[in-house]
Write a protein that binds this ligand. Sequence first.
Ligand SMILES: [Zn+2]
Ligand SMILES: [Zn+2]
Length: 120
Amino acid sequence: MPRTIFCWRCNMDIPMLTEEEWSLVKPEGIIEEIKLYRETTGCSLAEASLKGWGSKALAAYERITGVKETNPNALLHHRLSLYGPTCQNCGKPLRTPKAEHCAACGAKWNAYGDGLRDQE
Ligand SMILES: [Zn+2]
Ligand SMILES: [Zn+2]
């Protein structure tokens, strides 16, 4: 099941994919294909998505999360493994799994766990 956490880039709560779900959506492959297509044709990202590029990944994302995303590039960072545990002080996810501070509230973390870390 995807987990909805705060997305730092979208600035809102977004369902993030687990590794298993990520492998079903496979956004990296799609992004590469779109890039190649755009390089060959010189068209814009909007034109490429009009032609249906990325729609497969977007449809898979929607099937899994129930959320309609329209930008295939946004899928690239909707992956749980990119984020750290949830800050127990403010509830936002740490920006990276290795973050030492919560970027939202400044709470300090240590890599060995001091009871602050979400043990999930
Ligand atoms: Zn996002
Ligand atoms: Zn925090």
